[in-house]
Design a protein around this ligand. Structure first.
Ligand SMILES: [Zn+2]
Length: 81
């Protein structure tokens, strides 16, 4: 089974977190690719503060279902141009 990753706030466990980063356009992949992370610490919107962010494997069946639905919708969009 495929393992999915999530990132959670070290303080409260929320996944409503971000890192700031610089991105650079990549012609080959047709995407903005991250080339430098700006902040060493992440930001948690729930705590409203800069904090450590932990990488975790998703084990919640609800979250796995949400990922599966999002991936199917993305594939549907691509196949329909
Ligand atoms: Zn938090």
């Amino acid at each position: 089974m495929t393992e999915y990753l999530t990132y959670r706030c070290n303080e409260c466990g929320s996944d409503n977190v971000e890192y700031s980063a610089y991105v650079q356009w990549d012609l080959g992949s047709q995407r903005w690719e991250i080339y430098e992370q700006v902040d060493d610490s992440g930001y948690c919107f729930k705590c409203g503060s800069y904090t450590d962010i932990n990488e975790e494997v998703v084990t919640s069946l609800k979250e796995i279902a949400q990922i599966t639905i999002a991936q199917q919708e993305r594939n549907h969009d691509i196949s329909n141009g």
